[in-house]
Design a protein around this ligand. Structure first.
Ligand SMILES: Cc1cc2nc3c(=O)[nH]c(=O)nc-3n(C[C@H](O)[C@H](O)[C@H](O)COP(=O)(O)O)c2cc1C
Length: 372
């Protein structure tokens, strides 16, 4: 890795923060021990629970790691659209015998309180998604020695991250599993699914800002990591690939669904949270995705009980099965082993590329005197 990220890990491999339980301390510790950079996900957790995980990770490991924060969301959503969606979900509530959640359970994810903890007891890296922190926040984190990373899905967001003083950007392609980290969910500015593919986005962002890039979205193999490094990224961030590891806290049904041939494709949907996120196309997504409103995190709160009830009932058709486009390439193995396999594949890909480049290179022409 380059710049401020240098020295944080031996290999240019980052385990993505995955809110909802997957990126537990044991996953980040295993990735870190193997030479990658692990992340904890603070999203949806209380500040106290976030801090417990940090302490838990430090007790297991002394390698560097990151913590990911959700940016507070503007209270712009249309309450009547949320009320209509709640009516449309009434059949789900009856089926799973679970009331819908309160959509007004908060839209700031306790950002300020989490930030205060991270300034008081600093961690090596803090990354942000769903928005861009202020310059004051980036500077305060820099003063305590923390590297800051902002997730971006467009050139404009990368420019905002640079202007705010972030140390690096995590460039998230449309292929990525889970939520798009788009700074503002504006369906008029960008239709669902209109986002950029990772390789195009890397090049566009590289042209626009002089910051190190971490590439994310659909990366499952070392060959793909070689491709994004060749395109100019300093590191690759993988979520779905690590989700199936035994150290991941993702639900067993979620892990199994990644390679279950019943699920043939992924889709971007607002059905579960009100913000575009990529998951396996299951019954809930297909039925409710077409009319789910632009209302994050209100819809997240609304469906939270339903998703838990579906998981408890052993029904993956009602769960949010977040997955990147490469999900079928998931390999279930200990996270440390996966890092090593990815590194071996990356090195083999680089060697193969060098050999092919050698073959393709123009051969030195023989001098005129050598002509027979
Ligand atoms: C289950 C799951 C949860 C995620 N949660 C977060 C999160 O809390 N914060 C974040 O910045 N990104 C989150 N992401 C997105 C990842 O950071 C990353 O962009 C994505 O996993 C890359 O695509 P891939 O899954 O195809 O590797 C999540 C992804 C998944 C699959």
């Amino acid at each position: 890795m380059s710049s401020a990220l240098t020295g944080l890990s031996r290999y240019p491999i980052v385990q993505a923060p995955m809110a909802g339980g997957a990126s537990r301390p044991q996953l980040a510790a295993a990735v870190g021990a193997a030479g990658g950079l692990g992340f904890l996900a603070a999203g949806y957790k209380t500040p106290a629970a976030m801090y417990e995980e940090i302490k838990h990770l430090r007790a297991q490991s002394d390698v560097p790691f990151g913590v990911n924060l959700f940016m507070p969301q503007p209270a712009t959503s249309d309450p009547s659209a949320v009320a209509v969606y709640a009516e449309q979900l009434a059949g789900e509530a009856a089926w799973y015998e679970t009331p819908l959640g309160d959509p007004d359970s908060g839209n700031d994810d306790a950002y300020e309180a989490k930030l205060a903890i991270l300034l008081d007891d600093p961690v090596p890296v803090v990354s942000f998604t769903f928005g861009c922190p202020t310059r004051a926040v980036c500077e305060a984190l820099a003063r305590v020695g923390t590297v800051t990373v902002v997730t971006v899905t467009t050139v404009e967001e990368a420019l905002a991250a640079h202007a705010a003083g972030a140390d690096a950007v995590c460039v998230q392609g449309i292929e990525a599993g889970g939520h798009q980290g788009t700074h503002r969910d504006d369906p008029h500015a960008q239709g669902m699914g209109a986002g950029l593919g990772l390789l195009a986005l890397i090049e566009l962002v590289r042209d626009a800002v002089p910051l190190p890039l971490i590439a994310a979205g659909g990366l499952m193999r070392g060959t793909q990591i070689a491709a994004v490094l060749a395109a100019g990224a300093s590191a690759a961030q993988l979520g779905t690939a690590f989700l199936v590891c035994p150290e991941s806290g993702a639900h067993e049904l979620h892990k199994r669904a990644m390679t279950d041939t019943t699920f043939t494709r992924t889709e971007l949907t607002r059905a579960f949270s009100g913000r575009p996120a990529r998951g396996l196309a299951n019954r809930f997504l297909r039925e409710h995705g077409p009319y789910a409103p632009v209302a994050y995190p209100q819809v997240h709160h609304l469906t939270s009980g339903l998703r838990k009830a579906a998981a408890q009932a052993g029904d993956p058709q009602g769960m949010a099965l977040w997955a990147g486009q490469g999900h079928r390439l998931a390999r279930e193995m200990p996270a440390g082993h996966l890092v090593q396999v990815l590194v071996d594949e990356l090195e083999a890909a680089r060697a193969g590329l060098a050999a092919r480049a050698g073959l393709a290179a123009p051969q030195p022409r023989s001098g005129a005197g050598d002509v027979a």
